[in-house]
Design a protein around this ligand. Structure first.
Ligand code: TYD
Length: 135
């Protein structure tokens, strides 16, 4: 699975720390959109889908949550709980965000504008598309 953790610069300062991200130094794609998920009630699950072509980096700006990734064969779970780490998720990976802590703030940096046609929202459809590609 090509997903990986990206570490952002951290400028430690007694007045408060500062981190940042830029393309191409930290983000391996041109950034077209940034959105965030917040006020998630305990136990709720977000983002259970895949994208045909969108790449993204998922960051826990505040609090913590788990990102569960499935590439059609194996599943892997990442716990994000630091604002200076991001999880890079390529296209054609099924991704679910769950186990949100109170006050969790999930920032997503994306390679594409919002386009419902790029979504794969059924896991069986995702599996058959992955199998088709790896034939
Ligand atoms: P969606 O990505 O489907 O999130 P989830 O899988 O967690 O439900 O987004 C939920 C809705 O928000 C979607 O139906 C359309 C809207 N939306 C936008 O209009 N623009 C955006 O950039 C995003 C991410 C979502």
């Amino acid at each position: 699975m090509d997903a990986r953790i990206i570490q952002f610069p951290k400028i430690s300062d007694p007045r408060g720390n500062l981190s940042f991200l830029e393309h191409p130094s930290q983000i391996p794609f041109q950034i077209k959109r940034v959105y965030w998920v917040y006020d998630v009630p305990g136990g709720e699950i977000r983002g259970s889908h895949s994208y045909k072509s969108l790449h993204e980096v998922i960051i826990a700006l505040s609090g913590s949550f788990d990102v569960v990734l499935h590439d059609g064969k194996t599943e892997k779970k990442w716990q994000l709980n630091r604002s200076y780490f991001g999880l890079y998720v390529p296209n054609m990976i099924w991704r679910t965000i769950e186990n949100f802590s109170t006050n969790a703030l999930c920032l997503i940096v994306a390679s594409e504008e919002y386009n419902e046609k790029d979504y794969i929202r059924s896991f069986p459809d995702f599996e058959s598309m992955v199998n088709e590609r790896t034939k």
